[in-house]
Ligand binder design. Sequence first.
Ligand code: URA
Ligand code: CA
Length: 441
Amino acid sequence: MRMVDLILKKRAGGAHTPEEIRFLVDGFVQGDVKDYQMSAWMMAVCFNGMTAAETGELTRAMWHSGEVVDLSDLPGVKLDKHSTGGVGDTTTLVIAPLVAACGGTVAKMSGRGLGHTGGTIDKLEAIPGVNIAQPIEDFKRIVRQTGLCVTGQTGDLVPADKLMYALRDVTGTVQSIPLIASSIMSKKLAAGTDAIVLDVKVGSGAFMQAVEEARELAQTMVQIGEHVGRKTVAILTDMNQPLGCAVGNALEVREAVQMLRGEIPEGDPLYKVCMLLATNMLLLGGVAHTQAVAEALLNRALYDGAGLKKLREMLVALGAQENCLENIDALCTVRRQVPVTLGRAGFVGGMQAEAIGQAAQMLGAGRAKKTDAIDPAVGLVMHKRQGDYVLKDEPVATLYVNDEARLEEAMQALKGAIRLESEQPAPAPLVYDVVRAAQER
Ligand code: URA
Ligand code: CA
């Protein structure tokens, strides 16, 4: 087999055999297939796509390209939840403990934030003492002891994705549904979980700006799950505005803790999305058999404090102090809190979530490059959502600032991210669709 023939085949719109897919992935990881060949092939995929079977085989080849975590000796259905990346999205820190408190087993490897989106690992590291670099054996021990563990990716999982993503980034081949779907799913599968709930974000702060595009990505990932025999559900949720109010690492931990204390109202978008994702995890895990039972279990774990207790147990297992959740305000202490006003009145007609994430990043809450340092305390808190009325001098947000170098720029980015209108707009949608495998519908 020759790589050039596979490139020609894909350029002509052909479909590869499983052997061909394995040849090109394995060859690339071993160095026999060159960067320029892989780039040319991925560009052909961008134009001509892949069949469901090809995408499934690509995922399988990537998944097995490096170390694979084996969780089969842990009891129960091991559950994972993954978001395609959002702003002000602290759902993992809420859902993982709630699901564990209901009797589910959550084993999740998370990532860091990049660009305007946050990452759960950075949020966990905002808590003093937490060590997210746990060897696989310790990760499994914590899951066994507490029913949940969320850590950084350990081991050399999916080297094919690291190499392919680095090329995609510089060859204009990021935006391809089969390439995105296989990239995400190969990492989930290598982490060893049995069932996966995907939160596919749609909107100005997301990878996928249009609902149709996001639905296609969701369907592709669910089909991959079917192809390899892992239960997968994908939920399309809105990312035209931040999900929660907080954007920044300690600030988002504080919001997650408020949610787990039952302080966030049931009508709140963060509450609704957390409940929907967690309900689907309990259903996939067989912990509950109906949505009503799942919701009842989750609400009990929320209001009796069992979820909060689970979060604390996990944090302590990762190295935090017993009282780590008692004074979260101290972690959010900054030199200056700066209110942002717009100088005119009106209804919030829409927001640019990406620009809001970028404003937080400029203050030091996120990274432009993977190697940038972040400040866990800084970021911003939104006071308004789409549809709310704002008075002329009423703050729409508060910036949490330590380093003022880019304060003015962050302030302008935030102001520019909010569109005011004279008429009250229709309520912003929150959930667009739930995509299940054919046999689960
Ligand atoms: N996230 C991933 O992990 N991979 C992609 O290709 C895009 C988003
Ligand atoms: Ca985008």
